[in-house]
Structures are given as C-alpha cells and as structure tokens.
Design a binder for this molecule. Structure first.
Ligand code: ZN
Length: 384
C-alpha cells in the first residue's frame, strides 16, 4: 500500500540584498519573541508558581516592528516553545534555553493555499516573494511548511516539508546484519565492508588544518590586544572554517542517505545494534565523534526509510554479546578467551576463524531474524 509521508527537501537560496535584510529581520524577530516569551514565562512562574500562556500577538503593540515580519514565523516560535516545555516536563529534556544572535538563525512559516510555492528556479515565500534557488529535479506533493536558515558560512537554505506519496519497495528475500566497524564505517553480514568515504576524511583533514590556522590568528589578535570582531584575518578564517564544516555536513548526509536507501532497497530485514551513541561521543577524538554521530543519523534514516518502504528494521539490545559470540557454533567467549583489540580470533570450541566485525554482523543478523520472527512482523519476507 502506498504511504503518505512528510519529506524534507533542503534547498540552497540566493537572496538579493533586500531579501537578506528581510531574512535578518525575521531571524531577529523570531529570536526576540522566543527570548521574550521565555523570560516572561520564567518571571511569571517565579512570582505565581503557575505557567504563563503568552502569545506573540500580545507583544505586537509594545514592539511594533514585530509586524514587519511574517506572523506565521512568530506563531511557529510559540509552538516550538510550547513543544520545548512539554519535552522538558514529559521527556526530561533540558529546560528551554535562550537563543543567542548568530546561532542557528532560522524561522519557519507555513503554506496557506499557495503562499509557499516553487518554480523551476525560485522559491516563493510569504511577505517577500520569489527567491532565487537551486532546486532538485522533482518535488511532488503539497508543501506544508518552509524553514529558512542562514548558516555560519553565510549561505542560505530553505527546508521544505512536502507531503509525498511513496510506494513500498518490492521484497528481495534477502536479509542483512550491520555492525559499526572499527576502521570501516560499517561491516555487513554478507562480508561487505563500507569504508568511510575518502573525500570525507580529506575534508576532515582540511578542517583540522584550517582550525589550526584559526587558533593561531586568535592568538595573534590576543597578543596585539585586538578584539576578535575587529580582526579581519581572524574573521576571514572563521568563515573559511565554517564553509569546510558545512561541506562536510552536506557530504556526510548525502553519503548516509545513499547508503541507507541502498540497504533498504536490497534487503527485507535489516538488523543493527542499538548503540548508546550519547555515551560514545563523550571523551572521543574529533574523527571518532564524527563517525559516531554518523552512526546515529544513519540508524535514524534506516528507521524511517524502512517504514516508508515497507521493510523491517530490528534493533538489537546493546548488551547482546555480538562480538564475543562465535557465529559458527554460538560459543560465548569467556573473559580469559576474549582477545582485546584483535582483528580476528579462532573459536576455542569449533576452531572457526572469526573476523571481529564480520562475526559480529552475522550474530546481529541472526539475533535480528530471531526477534523479527518472534514479533511476527515479517510474515511475508520468507523467514519461515
Ligand atoms: Zn565456534
């Protein structure tokens, strides 16, 4: 059965000078109303121990310039603030934070009967009209909302949320286990190793080189007793670092999208380990942290794409001993037998030689198939 989904399209915008001013105002007003409403809520709570239900409209009399921007942008701030509060109370997330200038400049608006639309090379937005844009080949379906953002690199993007109908992918009668590799990005139970793309590691090297230069320029400004905001060389380099960083983020996302889609397309059941990435990212080096956060985005993509396309994703408990079990005979290595930091080991029970990552991915697949069978969510995938 076809499924209706909300798909996000990230599109580069090329606003002219006037449009850039409008965006800057919109970012500023969104940030202002967030901070103002949050501060008032906090004060109100301190005074009365009750929650203040404030709305952007209340502030428009006192701060007339709020009327110059898209009122939906402000309405979305109210909604986001409400969501942040509910997350804090219901899910134990952190308390909503104040927003600083230049950090995540963005605002969101909604499509009301064509107020947000696209042409071949423009995106139309409320109150500002058509902005030059670089659009992907085809966007089909109803546009629901648009989030406009300005990155530290100075580039503008719009993320369009589009109602799209997708058809499930046909069954392949093939299943796969995925292990997060030690040196490769992932290792599959069929023996395939997917390396981290070379261009990504090249870009990462470039990033750390540029960051070193940035640190030096910071030192120079300090020695000369100049403010960083007055140091042209420092600002120039800061922009350069932001551009490389953005390039890495985009390239990495692209790589993960292609990889996750190809796995979903070629297999019916996909088994992965449910790793505690939050704990992993702490106390790690940059490269490792990037790979860990890749893993987190990757599993998120696998999760929603498997739902979109009618496939099954099984997450294995992170305490499942995928690395310490022989995939040949099921022997569980004892502490004494467990070879630390060894790429391959011979099973003391059946003597099979096990590559560390491949063996783990096979165990993940077997465990995944077992769980999938138990939950009976895979009746038609040929697991019987
Ligand atoms: Zn064995």
């Amino acid at each position: 059965m076809p499924t209706q989904i909300l798909k996000a399209y990230k599109i580069r915008l090329y606003p002219n000078a006037e449009q850039q001013v409008f965006f800057a105002k919109s970012f500023g007003c969104s940030r202002f109303i967030w901070n103002k409403m949050l501060a008032d809520k906090i004060d109100h709570y301190k005074a009365t121990k009750t929650t203040l239900n404030n709305t952007p409209a209340q502030y428009k009399k006192e701060f007339e310039w709020l009327k110059e921007v898209d009122s939906l942008a402000l309405a979305n701030v109210q909604q986001n603030l409400r969501a942040a509060y509910s997350k804090f109370f219901k899910q134990g997330s952190g308390f909503p934070k104040f927003k600083k200038k230049g950090q995540r400049d963005s605002y969101t608006t909604n499509n009301q009967k064509g107020t947000v639309a696209i042409t071949k090379n423009t995106v139309k937005l409320p109150k500002i009209g058509h902005i030059n844009a670089k659009l992907p080949d085809k966007i089909n379906g109803l546009i629901k909302s648009a989030t406009i953002s300005r990155k530290p690199s100075g580039r503008y993007y719009v993320s369009l949320l589009v109602e799209t109908v997708i058809e499930p992918l046909s069954k392949t009668h093939s299943n796969i286990g995925i292990d997060l590799g030690l040196t490769d990005f992932i290792v599959l139970s069929d023996g395939t190793r997917v390396a981290n793309p070379k261009f990504l590691s090249k870009l990462q090297d470039k990033l750390s080189r540029e960051q070193k230069i940035l640190a030096k320029r910071r030192e120079v400004a300090k020695t000369d007793q100049r403010k960083l905001s007055d140091s042209k060389n420092y600002q120039k380099q800061k922009l350069k670092v932001a551009k490389v960083y953005e390039k890495i983020t985009n390239a990495r996302k692209d790589f993960l999208h292609k990889l996750s889609f190809s796995l979903i397309k070629n297999h019916d059941v996909i088994a992965i380990e449910d790793l505690n990435v939050k704990g992993m990212v702490k106390n790690r080096k940059l490269a490792k942290a990037i790979s860990d956060s890749s893993w987190s985005s990757f599993t998120t993509m696998l999760a929603y794409k498997s739902e979109w396309y009618g496939k099954t994703l099984v997450k294995i408990d992170r305490w499942f001993p995928s690395s310490k079990t022989c995939s040949g005979c099921g022997h569980l290595l004892t502490k004494a037998e467990w070879p630390l930091s060894v790429r391959s080991w011979n099973c003391p029970s059946c003597l099979q030689e096990n590559d560390r990552d491949l063996n783990a991915s096979i165990n993940i697949l077997n465990q995944g198939l077992l769980l999938a069978k138990q939950s009976k969510t895979v009746g038609a995938t040929g697991l019987a």
